[in-house]
Design a protein. Structure first.
Length: 84
């Protein structure tokens, strides 16, 4: 089984999708030291890393799977038409 790990910084829209230690490991700042600290945290707690990895994989399949975009785009275009 492939272990899914999601490391990121709290930059952009990350907070709209991911929660630290639930669906991702989020470095609070966009710098090397914070990234390294976040990765060290994961390495010291493999059980949490596995749980977060499974949650992240499920979230990514639900929110970012390209197979879902066709229907979402169709609904979005229809909503624009309905507003006219």
């Amino acid at each position: 089984m492939l272990n899914f790990r999601n490391y990121t910084s709290n930059y952009g829209e990350i907070h709209s999708y991911f929660i630290h230690k639930q669906t991702a490991f989020i470095a609070p700042e966009y710098d090397e030291k914070m990234y390294a600290k976040t990765i060290d945290e994961v390495l010291s707690n493999p059980g949490l890393a596995d749980e977060v990895g499974m949650n992240a994989k499920q979230l990514c399949q639900k929110e970012f799977d390209y197979l879902l975009y066709g229907e979402r785009i169709k609904k979005f275009i229809q909503s624009l038409r309905d507003k006219r």
